[in-house]
Write a protein that binds this ligand. Structure first.
Ligand SMILES: *Cc1c(COP(=O)(O)O)cnc(C)c1O
Ligand SMILES: [Zn+2]
Length: 475
């Protein structure tokens, strides 16, 4: 039995898609018309499972390329719904799309050298090109579609910024439901907050951080029957699988050696693992890439559990005593996540168990990188012609670390996911480039930055032609 199929003993429904508990001793199934973010029986996360035998699945992934010629159909244009046969939970008439997923995989010689690989062996999957500027749109189109299927009038999320921007854009574009977003105070980059406000989302600023905001929104959604769009929503992760389908497509359907992704709430890494498990089960790929999930050192729960306490998926029988003990101690010490990479400033990753499953399926590794490594990598990514926000650069910083450790070989083909656009958080970028090695911006210094190797600061010059020419001639 594949990990993604429901146990036959509990499957009586005739549907071709259902929700199923990830816990192997439970594996309870629920209809896709139900609004659930955890298994009502045991509290574990839910997956979307499919009866692939009764669904139309292409015999080869390259069959999806035919849809490029029918891209006037919005479903064929969407970089998510082009692959709808691989996330077949929605009737086509219910699909909410705004042209998400027009993203690219590009080689970067500069970054290849920075990471320590042969030229062009690092490829950057640039998800900042999505309508709201982050990969979250891949998931939100799927969650919005499900919200429409169940007739939701309000949809909510807690956010470090990008989830709220994404929910807000889908809410305003689709005009099917109102968006309610919960953000922490002082923790959200202005580019992201401005999007939620501009797209007309009801925005609640909680006096706390992301972990606090998520706790509150879960409670609110349960009490008020509001549709929850955080990545505990299993439909969201179905959409995020397509990031991997597009990577494969760009590589002529040949899996790379490595996928490197920043880890926050661990929804993306979980979705990638599910994508590869399903493609393998369906016989559409014969090899699965290795997965590297990169934490910021200031928000390193996955690193702590995986590397320091050896917590593993273990066929779904995870060591919950160790996990619960870790969080209990974190609460007792009031330990808070703290990193300039605000999109991954999360200490209680909700998709932890699914991520452990992905790491198991993809022979994965977990690493942590400092804010210093993140910002240096980010500046190199920018110099190479890509703009990303700090969290995204954790992928490149992580690849560099794994190369230095010899885990990634110089000839490996490595895909780093650039999760969000540069303009999401211009303050971090300007603070880095305006600093000098003698004088570091105070906010950066507070996060341990003590050098700015790749700073490209503005040259201050008098408003006088001769002085300006002096500067230019000295370049
Ligand atoms: C949400 C987000 C992440 C973290 O992704 P998870 O799925 O929560 O692990 C990383 N980078 C950016 C830019 C994000 O918006
Ligand atoms: Zn269960």
């Amino acid at each position: 039995m594949s990990t993604l199929e429901a146990a036959t003993s509990t499957t009586t429904r005739q549907d071709t898609a259902w929700q199923v508990c990830i816990q192997p001793d439970c594996r309870s199934t629920y209809g896709i018309d139900e609004i659930l973010v955890a298994c009502p029986k045991c509290g574990n996360l839910l997956d979307i499972g499919y009866d692939w035998d009764r669904l139309e699945v292409p015999s080869s992934l390259s069959e999806f390329e035919a849809r490029w010629s029918t891209r006037r159909n919005p479903l064929d244009f969407s970089g998510v719904w082009r692959f709808r046969n691989l996330l077949p939970f929605a009737p086509e008439a219910s699909i909410v799309t705004i042209g998400e997923g027009q993203t690219i995989l590009r080689e970067s010689n500069l970054i290849s050298r920075y990471v320590g690989l042969n030229d062009s062996n690092v490829l950057l999957q640039y998800e900042g090109l999505n309508p709201s500027g982050s990969f979250k749109d891949n998931g939100m189109t799927a969650a919005s579609t499900h919200a429409r299927m169940v007739g939701a009038k309000f949809a909510a999320c807690a956010s470090t910024g990008n989830t709220s921007a994404s929910l807000a854009i889908y809410s305003s574009a689709a005009q099917l439901f109102n968006a309610l977003v919960f953000v922490g105070t002082g923790k959200i980059a202005f580019g992201k907050l401005s999007q939620a406000l501009d797209y007309g989302a009801h925005t609640l600023q909680i006096a706390g951080d992301f972990d606090d905001a998520l706790k509150q929104v879960r409670e609110v959604c349960q009490r008020e029957k509001i549709y929850l769009c955080n990545s505990v929503n299993p439909f969201r992760l179905e959409g995020q699988k397509t990031i991997m389908f597009r990577v494969l497509e760009a590589l002529n359907w040949q899996p790379p050696d490595w996928i490197v992704v920043p880890g926050g709430n661990l929804g993306n890494s979980s979705a990638f693992g599910k994508a590869f498990l399903e493609l393998k089960d369906l016989g559409l790929i014969d090899r699965v890439p290795r997965l590297a999930v990169i934490n910021a050192a200031g928000a390193n729960t996955l690193h702590q559990l995986y590397n320091e306490r050896s917590v593993r998926w273990n066929d779904g029988r995870t060591d919950d005593a160790t996990i619960d003990g870790f969080f209990a101690q974190m609460d007792a010490e009031n330990r808070r996540a703290s990193t300039l990479a605000t999109a991954i400033e999360i200490n209680r990753p909700v998709n932890l168990k699914k991520c452990l499953r992905a790491l198991d399926a993809c022979h994965g590794v977990v690493r942590q990188v400092s804010d210093q490594e993140i910002l240096d990598a980010k500046a190199q990514i920018g110099a190479g012609g890509f703009g990303c926000e700090p969290a995204s650069a954790a992928s490149v910083a992580g690849a560099k670390l794994l190369r230095e450790e010899g885990i990634i070989a110089p000839s490996d083909q490595v895909v780093c996911i650039l999760t969000g656009h540069q303009l999401k958080d211009p303050n971090a970028t300007v603070a880095y480039h305006s600093s000098t090695n003698g004088e570091i911006d105070s906010k950066l210094a507070a996060h341990g930055i003590d050098s700015v190797t790749f700073a490209n600061g503005p040259v201050v010059v008098e408003n006088e032609l001769d002085r300006i020419l002096d500067v230019i001639r000295s370049l």
